[in-house]
Design a protein around this ligand. Structure first.
Ligand code: E4P
Length: 216
């Protein structure tokens, strides 16, 4: 499973990229607002920090406007992936862009039928939002299971990118279902490394090593 980080904070991105485990980045208008930086400038910087896809979202709601914005965004770097909302205009834009060889991430997916439409539109990635689904009383992971099943039934190549991840259990469940990508806030990625028994084990080994009086 690929790991993307869901942030526009370049400090966090470069630190996580140093682990060698980061496969891409997703941003959205809220994350750009949180970063407090110029959209074009920060997106360009992020594209230089990772080799993989960097999702940059359009804000126009009509097809022509989305195409105009995509034209600007895709010139930033070869690894820019245009993010469009799951609407009729969004999917029309997706079909056009992927037909021209541009990567597209279809975002704000909340049903398996929406994911089916995105795959038919040739999306590179579909982003079902599990956390926001959980928030309104549905099990977001059921959505991932349904999408995986449908995509496998028809051998769709669209990658299932689990979004709105809130905790490591979402990551574990995504991996068990066979999702292609998980995009996570930096804190969730860091939490994946942690286990109290790992810390306790290191502490014990170091204490015993000190007693040997040796060095490597
Ligand atoms: C995905 O691409 C979105 O940017 C993101 O995962 C949304 O997550 P949120 O529900 O925590 O805002």
């Amino acid at each position: 499973m690929k790991f993307f980080v869901d942030t526009a904070d370049t400090g966090e991105i470069s630190e996580l990229a140093e682990t060698g485990l980061l496969d891409g980045v997703t941003t959205n208008p809220s994350l750009i607002h949180k970063a407090g930086r110029d959209f074009m400038e920060v997106t360009r910087e992020i594209c230089g920090l990772v080799r993989g896809p960097v999702s940059a979202e359009v804000v126009a709601l009509d097809h022509e406007g989305m195409m105009r914005e995509a034209e600007v965004l895709r010139k930033i770097a070869d690894n820019v992936c245009i993010k469009v909302p799951l609407t009729i205009d969004g999917l029309k834009t997706c079909k056009k862009l992927t037909g021209d060889g541009t990567m597209v991430n279809v975002t704000l997916c909340f049903s398996a039928n929406q994911a089916l439409l995105a795959a038919k539109a040739g999306a590179t990635f579909i982003s079902p939002f599990v956390g926001r689904h959980d928030d309104v009383g549905f099990d977001g992971m059921h959505l991932i299971e349904d999408i995986r099943l449908i995509y496998d039934n028809y051998a769709f190549e669209t990658e299932v990118l689990v979004a709105s991840i809130r905790h490591p259990i979402h990551v574990l469940q995504s991996a068990k279902i066979g999702a292609d990508v998980a995009t996570m806030p930096p804190a969730v990625i860091r939490n994946l490394f942690k286990h109290p028994l790992t810390d306790k084990g290191i502490e014990g080994f170091l204490a015993d090593w000190a007693k040997t009086g040796q060095s490597i």
